[in-house]
Design a protein around this ligand. Structure first.
Ligand SMILES: [Zn+2]
Length: 418
């Protein structure tokens, strides 16, 4: 039994002071004066559903020197997460049902977070042939994506949309027109020109999203834009939704907090696809997260070892880790709206990914997947639970931190000294 004492429960109607008792994997009592078992002092903290990330890379199978399901799960728990969707760009690609099942099994053995893997849209993520969608669905897949690459062929994508639409699944796209981004290392703009580095234009993302929205409108599928990074993409999503297209979107913390000027010193840590964009893009993405045009915050947690990242910007692999800093960065743009904070971090992503026991507003009798978030805790990350440490926030003071995570009624992470 765990008692959360003295915290503030966040529910759709707002915030109320409450104590929670957790027993046998469920929330037993919500009320003042509950006690028993292990007691956590939650004074000054917000309590809500455990966070859910619809976009992580756990590198298992295939690249476990960067991360594996165990270290990725530990990073997730430390970041306040109780549910994650690992992307299909593993080796081999997650394009068959048995591969999904073995990841889920390994996740259960580790027991720190619920895994609901994404399935590849195409065979081997090669883009030329739609994969065994129905088999993946049977194995529990709800989000289909070739993340890491765009599905370039309209015919292939349309067939996938029709088949996934029939099942009620989600087609998620890493939007990048590869013919425009080949050889690029950062956003194409004033900074890339200054440095003489080949860039990735904003249009490379927007062209793919615009095309996909036409196909989504025609097929009626649920279509999801992964890691939105430009103001143009925000406008496209907004316009399509107002016309009734079933479109959702996610944004990564780095895309609403850091811009391309951070690459002036050619720091390879700042390299990712999509790249850090202009301050105007950053403001547009942050605004869209705040107003709900972008309903899910997703990290694109992409571990690479320091050996791999300790090279020139041009040679560095793309991507940063994000699970352990996501809530702090999200809080920096949502601190005036705790209900929206939990909606973007837990409720909306859980619905999108088809989780049943995740992202549910806390109530007596409900599943005990819970995070305790201290909005005033100032901390400086020095070492992450992730096997890789490629984070732009290493050594940077942050405000707001998950101080306890409870998954299936069990404490999976706790910050001792506060
Ligand atoms: Zn991606």
């Amino acid at each position: 039994m765990i008692t959360l004492r003295g915290g503030m429960l966040v529910i759709p109607g707002g915030i109320r002071r409450a104590d929670l008792t957790i027993e046998d994997g469920h929330i037993a009592i919500i009320g003042a004066g509950s006690s028993g078992g292990k007691v956590l002092d939650c004074s000054g903290c917000l309590i809500g559903p455990g966070f859910v990330d619809v976009h992580v890379h756990f590198r298992e199978p295939g690249q476990t020197w960067k991360e594996d399901i165990e270290t990725g799960s530990r990073a997730a728990a430390a970041g306040g997460f109780t549910g994650v969707v690992p992307m299909a760009n593993t080796d081999p690609a997650t394009d068959r049902g048995h591969l999904v099942e073995s990841m889920v099994r390994r996740g259960r053995e580790v027991g720190l977070v619920e895994l609901r893997p994404a399935g590849a849209l195409t065979v081997g993520r090669r883009g030329d042939e739609v994969g065994p969608i129905e088999e993946l669905w049977e194995a529990g897949v709800r989000i289909f994506s070739d993340d890491g690459d765009s599905v370039a062929g309209s015919d292939v994508l349309e067939e996938a949309m029709i088949r996934i639409g029939k099942l009620g699944g989600v087609v998620a796209q890493h939007a990048e027109e590869a013919t425009m981004t080949a050889g690029g290392h950062m956003h194409e703009g004033v900074v890339s020109a200054e440095l003489g580095i080949r860039g990735l234009p904003a249009e490379a993302e927007e062209r793919v999203v615009a095309r996909d929205l036409v196909l989504a409108a025609r097929t009626g599928v649920r279509y999801h834009v992964q890691h939105v990074s430009t103001s143009g993409t925000v406008s496209l999503v907004r316009a399509a939704r107002s016309k009734g297209v079933l479109v959702t979107a996610e944004a990564a913390p780095h895309h609403f907090s850091l811009d391309h000027r951070r690459l002036r010193d050619r720091n390879p840590i700042m390299k990712m696809y999509p790249p850090l964009r202009t301050p105007e893009d950053v403001a547009a993405v942050a605004g869209a997260v705040r107003d709900g045009t972008i309903e899910a915050i997703a990290t694109d947690h992409a571990p690479h070892t320091s050996m791999e990242k300790d090279v020139t910007l041009e040679d560095a692999p793309r991507g940063i880790i994000g699970l352990e800093t996501s809530a702090s960065i999200a809080w920096s743009i949502l601190e005036d709206d705790p209900v929206a904070f939990f909606q973007r971090m837990a409720v909306a992503p859980a619905r999108l990914a088809g989780f049943i026991d995740q992202g549910r507003w806390l109530e007596a009798g409900g599943p005990a997947n819970v995070v305790v978030f201290d909005p005033d805790h100032v901390w400086t990350p020095e070492r992450f639970e992730s096997r890789s440490q490629n984070s732009p926030w290493l050594g940077t003071p942050l405000r707001g931190r998950p101080v306890a995570t409870i998954f299936n009624g069990r404490l999976t992470s706790e910050v001792g000294e506060r």
